[in-house]
Design a binder for this molecule. Structure first.
Ligand code: IMP
Length: 204
């Protein structure tokens, strides 16, 4: 089955190919001839995810799916959330986003120290909402992974905030230090895409 994945993020595409396996031929939006940035103006992962999938469906009428995902840090009231990709500006620069995140958390630590309070917890999670549009109808699949934010980067794998995200499942490593197939087996995107694949298989 051929599906367009509404993304230009090479990390997401690589992970989705690994998760969905050979039963699906995945094409990126660029491979489907859509090279412009797809608008993301919603106020939730679900709204943005639907917006991206609908954009592809309206442009080419192909069966497609999108993922909207991001990091929620409890001490920052859920930020960066839907703004994860552009936390440090429109450049979508992963390294600058991490620097800003570590800086914001260090400000909270300094404030707590001055006030004689304990440093805030660094608990966080990635969330993902996948929207599949099949024959014009939208279906949603969700996933999440719990963890916390490290004080510095480690590892070269993955993408985005992986070098500072310590998953609860592997408390001594960042997500950028676990092999990609292991990340996919525990990640928010892995969970959501496996739900989508199971739903598609059941339907056949
Ligand atoms: P969007 O879904 O394309 O709007 O962007 C999601 C952003 O969230 C990415 O650019 C990353 O910064 C972050 N993100 C989402 N999933 C992951 C992940 O698996 N690892 C690290 N960062 C992620």
């Amino acid at each position: 089955m051929e599906l367009i994945f509404a993304t230009s993020n090479k990390g997401k595409l690589r992970e989705a190919r690994e998760i969905l396996g050979d039963d699906y031929v995945l094409r990126s939006s660029a491979e489907a001839g859509i090279t412009e940035d797809i608008p993301e103006t919603g106020s939730s992962f679900r709204e943005n995810s639907l917006q991206k999938a609908e954009y592809i469906w309206k442009k080419c009428g192909c069966n497609c799916f999108s993922d909207d995902s991001g990091l929620e840090v409890d001490a920052l009231g859920g930020a960066p959330g839907i703004y994860s990709a552009r936390y440090a500006g429109e450049g979508h620069d992963f390294d600058r986003n991490i620097s800003k995140l570590l800086h914001e958390l260090s400000l909270l630590d300094a404030k707590a120290l001055i006030e004689g309070k304990a440093a805030p917890e660094r608990t966080a999670r990635f969330r993902c909402v996948v929207t599949l549009i099949l024959d014009g109808e939208a279906h949603f699949f969700e996933g999440s992974i719990e963890g916390h934010i490290a004080y510095s980067r480690s590892g070269n794998g993955g993408f985005g905030y992986d070098p500072v995200f310590i998953p609860d499942a592997f408390p001594d490593r960042s997500l950028a230090e676990v092999p990609e197939d292991v990340k996919n087996s525990i990640s928010h995107r892995g969970e959501a895409l496996r739900k989508m694949a199971a739903w598609l298989r059941e339907r056949e």
